[in-house]
Design a protein around this ligand. Structure first.
Ligand SMILES: [Zn+2]
Length: 341
């Protein structure tokens, strides 16, 4: 056993309210000792989970799920016992009796060797750069971003535009290799032009592609990852990543380009980052469920430094009507603002 009884005792004493806060579990109620939250183990409509500070335990009075902080981390983050202990030790700097254990926990997980990519010519990006797309105009006109914010974001994400006025979302990795670009068309209200399908730069280039080119997607915005950033947020759409990057600058905002596009190999280059993923809302919670499976599969295949978190925010806080509209985090924040005016 990696941890002795004394260590386990110390780990079990990490304050449960703090653990909840770190896991993004919102606690409700005015009680100083007991708080409530939605149970993550059953389909909970009213907060049935009780969190008791004095006993440092939690218990759902509907489904019976409960235990100590180790169990909490195990269940909430889908980790095994040792992984949950490691996580608590690392996150709360628990002083252990055996220091070698601590060193082991802090060691940096190894990233899988980067896949060999035959990149597209970087000059394509440079030549396409600019604010000439309907997308860029609409972003400012509809008030999502100020002119200054749009210019800043367009430069960071290297936004390009096509002859037909489409915006080009380039997929560039952290080695600055250009994987491909997605050309998308927007209307003046900043919604997608449904009559104009997105196209890909690699499929337009055809004969001019490097001979050994093979399409490998990377995340939109991946080139922004660097040593100074640790917190990464992933959303479905490029537009959402761009807007959020100007509003919540603590994170590097990346987009996978759609619900079906999130794959373990896409997340693999991010093993040393703290990742939070925001699935869009939908009536059945499909995206949320599907992405839980992908997150679990990813963590089984690769050793991540921190548990990947899937934000339950939209799943829990949106109305039925908002779910039907399949709103995303940007819609949610802007609609919150409006309702407060
Ligand atoms: Zn429950």
């Amino acid at each position: 056993m990696k941890y002795n009884e004394l260590d386990l005792q110390k780990i079990r004493e990490v304050p449960i309210f703090d653990v909840c806060s770190k896991l993004g579990i919102t606690l409700k109620g005015k009680g100083k000792i007991t708080k409530r939250t939605l149970c993550w183990n059953h389909n909970d409509k009213h907060p049935s989970m009780r969190i008791n500070k004095d006993k440092n335990i939690y218990k759902c009075f509907v489904c019976g799920e409960g235990g100590d902080v180790i169990k909490l981390v195990q269940e909430h983050e889908n980790l095994d016992f040792l992984e949950a202990c490691d996580w608590l030790v690392k996150e709360f700097d628990v002083i252990l009796t055996n220091h070698t254990v601590q060193n082991h926990v802090k060691s940096k997980p190894s990233a899988p060797p980067p896949p060999i990519v035959v990149p597209l010519d970087a000059a394509l990006v440079t030549k396409s750069k600019g604010l000439g797309s309907e997308f860029c105009k609409a972003m400012v006109a509809t008030g999502y971003l100020s002119d200054g914010q749009l210019r800043h974001a367009a430069e960071r994400y290297q936004l390009g535009y096509s002859k037909e006025g489409g915006v080009i979302f380039w997929e560039i990795d952290e080695q600055q290799q250009v994987h491909t670009g997605k050309i998308m068309y927007y209307q003046s209200d900043c919604h997608r032009d449904k009559g104009h399908n997105p196209t890909w730069v690699h499929s337009i280039l055809k004969q001019q592609l490097p001979v050994d080119y093979e399409l490998q997607h990377c995340l939109f915005g991946q080139h922004l990852l660097n040593e100074r950033t640790e917190r990464v947020a992933i959303v479905e759409s490029e537009k959402t990543a761009i807007i959020m990057s100007e509003k919540f600058t603590d994170f590097v905002w990346l987009s996978c380009g759609g619900m079906q596009m999130l794959k373990p190999e896409l997340l693999a280059p991010l093993v040393q980052y703290r990742i939070i993923i925001f699935p869009d809302a939908d009536p059945e919670g499909e995206a949320y469920k599907q992405w839980i499976d992908i997150v679990n599969e990813t963590q089984r295949l690769y050793r991540f430094r921190y548990p990947i978190r899937l934000s339950p925010l939209l799943e829990q806080k949106t109305t039925k009507e908002q779910k039907e509209r399949k709103i995303d985090i940007v819609d949610f924040l802007f609609e919150q603002d409006e309702s407060h005016v």
